[in-house]
Design a protein around this ligand. Structure first.
Ligand code: HEC
Ligand code: HEC
Length: 214
């Protein structure tokens, strides 16, 4: 993308509210800072996280997301968003407030370096979800999910998260949170607009679809 276009987009106001939906801006300095995160240091810092997110970041609890194999830039952004309350969660806000930016970069490097969760279940009949992911829905002006999240579900471009292998319950819960805007840290409100058009059943099926994606 050309620089001018990128800076125009970055300067655009958030859709849903006057306040920016996230304080994280991907300047080259910020990007280099996250890229220089120390995974070994992150591994030590991760000890208190493992009770909920699993030993290497593969969650065994449906409501808790896996972190292993996620984009480091996405993880850093979420920790930062929790710390400044751009994303609210009673558990994570308190934890993130206790971390320095360096800790966040180190933790992001550690979890990103771990292998993502392998799909654990056989695919159920999820034709409708598959259509939404691969084709979207013209009537609702719904862009296929894979345009952004990748056709392997592994995410891309700094802060579009990997979804493949993630806990289905967490995926559905966070989609519902985008739908009712209780989660509002998505830049330009894109995920809120998308989730708003999805039905409860679709959200449930999309969660299972991505959890099962290999
Ligand atoms: C007591 C349980 C608990 C502990 C301990 C915990 N987390 Fe979390 N974490 C959660 C829950 C629950 C969520 C989902 C919250 C939400 O819906 O916003 C979450 C979400 C996250 C997310 C966002 C994931 C995504 O896909 O958007 C990140 C990143 C994260 N935690 C990192 C950490 C790190 C790093 C630590 C340790 C320093 C940690 N967590 C400790 C429960 C926990
Ligand atoms: C225009 C690009 C775009 C499209 C299309 C898109 N997403 Fe997203 N999605 C994003 C971005 C960017 C984020 C990260 C928001 C943030 O910074 O917290 C995200 C976050 C998510 C999350 C939260 C993941 C986590 O770990 O917390 C889920 C779940 C999700 N998207 C599901 C979907 C589904 C299902 C579709 C299709 C119906 C879809 N997305 C279509 C850009 C997109």
């Amino acid at each position: 993308m050309n620089r001018l276009l990128l800076s125009l987009i970055l300067a655009a106001p958030a859709l849903a509210s006057a306040a920016p939906s996230s304080q994280v801006a991907w300047t080259p300095e910020q990007l280099n800072f996250v890229k220089a995160g120390n995974a070994q240091k992150g591994r030590e810092l991760a000890a208190p996280c493992t009770a909920c997110h699993g030993t290497i970041g593969i969650s065994e609890t449906p409501a808790f997301p896996s972190l292993a194999g996620q984009l480091p830039t996405y993880l850093f952004k979420q920790l930062q968003d929790y710390a400044d309350s751009s994303r609210d969660n009673p558990i994570m806000t308190g934890i993130a407030k206790g971390l320095s930016k360096q800790d966040m970069a180190d933790l992001a490097a550690w979890f990103a370096s771990q292998p993502a969760s392998p799909a654990a279940y056989d695919s159920a009949d999820l034709k409708n979800a598959e259509t939404l992911v691969t084709q979207g829905d013209n009537e609702r002006l719904l862009v296929p999910c894979e345009v952004c999240h990748g056709n392997d579900g592994k995410g891309q471009k700094l802060d579009i998260p990997a979804l493949a292998g993630q806990q289905a319950d967490y995926l559905s819960a966070t989609l519902n949170a985008f739908k009712d805007a209780s989660r509002h840290n998505d830049v330009y409100g894109k995920m809120r607009l998308i989730a708003k058009t999805l039905t409860e059943k679709e959200i449930e099926e999309l969660g299972v679809y991505y959890q099962d994606m290999k």
